[in-house]
Design a binder for this molecule. Structure first.
Ligand SMILES: O=C(O)C(=O)C[C@H](O)C(=O)CO
Ligand code: ZN
Length: 274
């Protein structure tokens, strides 16, 4: 079963006026991981699609998605797929990959129908593409690691870059995940914006009774959203994206837009945040 919802883009002036319900309706994407289903959200931020596929021991096929206006999902798109569940397989054309927890698969434009099987919980992030780069399976040890923060500022973390210009190439999708070190709870703080790219965060490995307070908004008009396990949040290009957990967590970030330079960020000075 395939369900697709559409989210239109919001400008910073409109976002200023949202109450909690309005913020959640426009930026929070929940419930994407349902047994035996593929659930997608088609966003109008750089036409990024996010969602989940949970085959739960059966098979799920991702092929035609009416919102894309093509006969098959990947006709003019590329996709990154992260397994946050148990072992699962993904098949596209004559190729098949086994993904353990923490493995990511890049599938290029033109891959055809994608079949999910096994016991994986597959997080999907897809952006428009114009070229077919090679498909690639990225295991945790293949990711480029960047170490940031410190225990003193509770933001000690390792950024694992999986799909990026110096690793597995893509047209515009840049994707990886960030692991907080023991006792550290802040991600992406000091924070930044990048008006050239949108970003989506999937929070996972969040214990049932814990939450992540995710901060968004124009740097001088910040708001927060309370995120539970497997919740996704969209960050418009004009928005900060940072979070603090009441417990440990991991998050997967995916970006699309005008350039692919991970370090191309406009840092927000602490004294300027409101
Ligand atoms: O913890 C972090 O810092 C991040 O993971 C940063 C994000 O990946 C990001 O915002 C990249 O632009
Ligand atoms: Zn960012």
């Amino acid at each position: 079963m395939l369900t697709v919802e559409t989210l239109y883009a919001v400008d910073p002036e409109a976002a200023k006026g949202f109450d909690t319900k309005g913020l959640r309706k426009n930026f929070h994407v929940g419930g994407q991981f349902a047994k035996g289903e593929i659930r997608l959200t088609y966003t109008h931020y750089d036409r990024m699609i996010v969602g989940g596929a949970v085959p739960a021991g059966g098979e799920l096929v991702l092929d035609r998605v009416a919102e894309c206006g093509t006969s098959s999902f990947l006709n003019r798109r590329e996709v990154g797929i992260l397994n946050i569940g148990e072992t699962g397989t993904i098949q596209a054309g004559n190729d098949s990959w086994t993904l353990e927890n923490g493995d990511m698969l890049y599938l290029p434009m033109g891959s055809g129908a994608v079949t999910f099987a096994g016991h994986g919980r597959f997080y999907i992030a897809s952006a428009p593409a114009h070229h077919a780069y090679p498909a690639a399976l990225i295991r945790p040890e293949d990711a480029n690691q960047v170490h940031l923060g410190s225990p003193e500022t509770a933001n000690h973390r390792t950024i694992c870059q999986c799909i990026h210009p110096d690793g597995v190439e893509s047209c515009q999708l840049v994707m990886g995940y960030t692991q907080l070190h023991n006792g550290s709870v802040w991600n992406t703080m000091p924070t930044h914006v990048h008006d050239r790219r949108m970003e989506a965060y999937l929070y996972y490995n969040v214990a049932k009774e814990q939450r992540v307070f995710h901060f968004m908004g124009h740097p001088q008009e910040t708001r927060h959203l309370v995120m539970a396990n497997e919740d996704i949040v969209l960050s418009p290009p004009w928005s900060i994206h940072s979070g603090v957990g009441t417990g440990s967590y991991t998050f997967c970030w995916a970006m699309a837009g005008d350039n692919m330079q991970f370090t191309d960020m406009d840092m927000v000075a602490m004294e300027d945040i409101r």
